[in-house]
Design a protein around this ligand. Structure first.
Ligand code: UD1
Length: 378
C-alpha cells in the first residue's frame, strides 16, 4: 500500500513524527514523505526533522510563502504533478494549514482517498484561514481521524457518515509522550539563566492578533504590566517578527544575545525553538500565553497554566479537562487573568505524564490506532 504523507509547517512536522515512526513496523506500508516548503527557515523546518528524527522528505517542493490563494495554488500545481506520477493508494494530511488544504484538493480531484489526521476540530470562526482549511479537508476526506469527542460531534453535526469517523485521540500527545524525558532535561532555562517558574513563556502568531496593529499593541501593553512580576520569554514566529518591525513595536522587548540573561521587567525575544526546547520552556514556565492551537493541548499535558489570547478556541476539552483559560486579547482582561494565576499556588510539575488525567485517548498511542485502521481498510 503506497501512502503519500503531505506536510509543510511546524505543527505538521510535530504530528508526522510519531506516525512515520509507527509505520516503520509495517513493511506493507510504503510511506513517502512530501514537504511542500510552506515553512522553510532552518529553525521553522529542518530543526524539527533533526530534533524529532523525522525521515528526510522524499520530495521537497519549496513553494514558500505567499498570500492565501497564491500559496495554496502554488502548492496545488506542484502536488498534482507528484500525485499523478506516484499514483498513491492513500494520501495522508494533518491538521489545518494551507499545505493540508492544497493536498486535499489535489487528492480529491484525482480521486485518491484521503486520510485526515486531526479531523473535526472547529473554532466556528471562518475568519481564520485554518477553519476554512478544516472544513474543506474534512468534507473531502474518506478516513477522518479525530482527536476528541468534541471533534466527533462536530463532524456528525455536519452530516459526515459515522463509519468514516475514527476517534483515535490527539497525535500531538504521541510526540509529547515520546519526548518527555528530553523535554524535562531541556537546557533552555540554563541557557537563559532562569529558574523554573520565574517566567512566563509566550507564543503569538495568529493573523487576528499580529496583523492588526491595535490588537498587537494592546497585547504588548498588557505584557508590559505583567513583566513587572516575572520575566517574559518569547520565541518569536517570523510572521510576528515581521509585524513588530512593520508596526514599530521593537521598543517593547529585548532580543536575546548569548551570555545575556533574561530578567524580570523584560520581554526577551528568542528565535523560534526546536520542539523539545519549546516544550522544555513551557514545562518550567509559571504560565504560558499563546494563540496557538497545539500549545493549548501541550500545556494541558505538562500541567502548566495557559492563557489563550483569542475570541474562540477549537480545543474546548483543554478548558474543561486541562489547564487552559481563554481570554479575549484585550489588555485589561489579559492582565487580570495573569494576576489571577500569579495569586494561585505554583502547580507541581508531573514527574511522568498521567494519561488518566487527560482527555480520552490522549495517551501516546494515537499513531498506532490510525495505522491499524488504515491496514484494516486496505
Ligand atoms: C501557518 C499556519 C498556522 C500555523 C502556523 C504554525 C496556515 C494558513 N497557517 O501560519 O495555522 O499555526 O503555520 O507556525 O497555513 N515565514 C518565514 N519563514 C518560514 C515560514 C514563514 O519567514 O519558514 C514568514 C513569512 O513572512 C510568511 C509568514 O511567516 O509570509 C507566514 O507564514 P505562513 O506559512 O503563510 O503562515 P504562518 O503564519 O506560519
Amino acid at each position: 500500500m503506497k501512502i503519500i504523507n503531505i506536510i509543510g509547517t511546524r505543527p505538521n512536522f510535530i504530528k508526522i513524527a510519531p506516525f512515520m515512526q509507527a509505520a516503520k513496523k509495517y513493511p506493507r506500508l510504503k510511506m513517502k514523505l512530501v514537504h511542500t516548503g510552506q515553512h522553510y527557515d532552518y529553525n521553522m523546518s529542518k530543526v524539527f526533522f533533526k530534533n524529532l528524527a523525522i525521515p528526510k522528505p522524499d520530495i521537497y517542493l519549496g513553494t514558500g510563502s505567499g498570500s492565501q490563494g497564491a500559496q495554496t495554488g502554488q502548492m496545488m500545481i506542484a502536488l498534482e504533478k507528484i500525485v499523478l506520477k506516484e499514483k498513491p493508494d492513500l494520501i495522508v494530511v494533518l491538521g489545518d494549514v494551507n499545505s493540508t488544504l492544497a493536498a486535499s484538493l489535489v487528492a480529491a480531484k484525482l480521486t485518491i482517498p484521503i486520510a485526515h489526521i486531526e479531523a473535526g476540530v472547529r473554532s466556528f470562526d471562518r475568519a481564520m484561514p485554518e477553519e476554512i482549511n478544516r472544513l474543506v479537508t474534512d468534507s473531502l476526506s474518506d478516513l477522518l481521524f479525530t482527536p476528541s469527542d468534541y471533534a466527533v460531534k462536530n463532524l456528525t453535526r455536519e452530516g459526515v457518515a459515522r463509519q468514516k469517523i475514527f476517534n483515535v485521540g490527539n497525535i500531538m500527545m504521541d510526540t509529547l509522550f515520546a519526548n518527555f524525558n528530553k523535554i524535562k532535561q531541556s537546557q533552555i532555562c540554563r541557557r537563559l539563566d532562569l529558574k523554573p517558574q520565574t517566567y512566563a513563556a509566550m507564543t503569538l502568531h495568529r493573523p487576528s492578533n499580529v496583523d492588526d496593529k491595535k490588537t498587537f499593541t494592546g497585547i504588548l501593553k498588557a505584557l508590559n504590566q505583567i513583566k513587572k512580576s516575572l520575566a517574559i520569554i518569547w520565541p518569536i514566529h517570523p510572521r510576528a517578527r515581521k509585524q513588530t518591525r512593520k508596526f514599530n513595536l521593537d521598543r517593547f522587548f529585548v532580543p536575546h544575545r548569548p551570555g545575556r540573561t533574561a530578567r524580570i521587567g523584560q520581554i526577551t525575544l528568542l528565535d523560534p525553538l526546536a520542539y523539545t526546547e519549546s516544550l522544555g520552556l513551557f514545562y518550567q514556565a509559571r504560565f504560558v500565553l499563546t494563540d496557538s492551537g497545539g500549545v493549548q493541548t501541550e500545556t494541558t499535558a505538562l500541567n502548566t497554566p495557559c492563557l489563550t489570547l483569542r475570541y474562540n478556541t477549537e480545543w474546548l476539552e483543554t478548558l474543561s479537562q486541562g489547564t487552559n483559560t481563554r481570554i479575549d486579547p484585550e489588555p485589561r482582561k489579559i492582565i487580570n487573568a495573569a494576576n489571577k494565576i500569579l495569586r494561585r499556588p505554583i502547580r507541581k510539575k508531573p514527574a511522568f505524564l498521567q494519561k488518566s488525567k487527560l482527555p480520552k485517548y490522549w495517551d501516546g498511542k494515537t499513531s498506532q490506532r490510525i495505522i491499524k485502521i488504515i491496514l484494516d481498510k486496505s
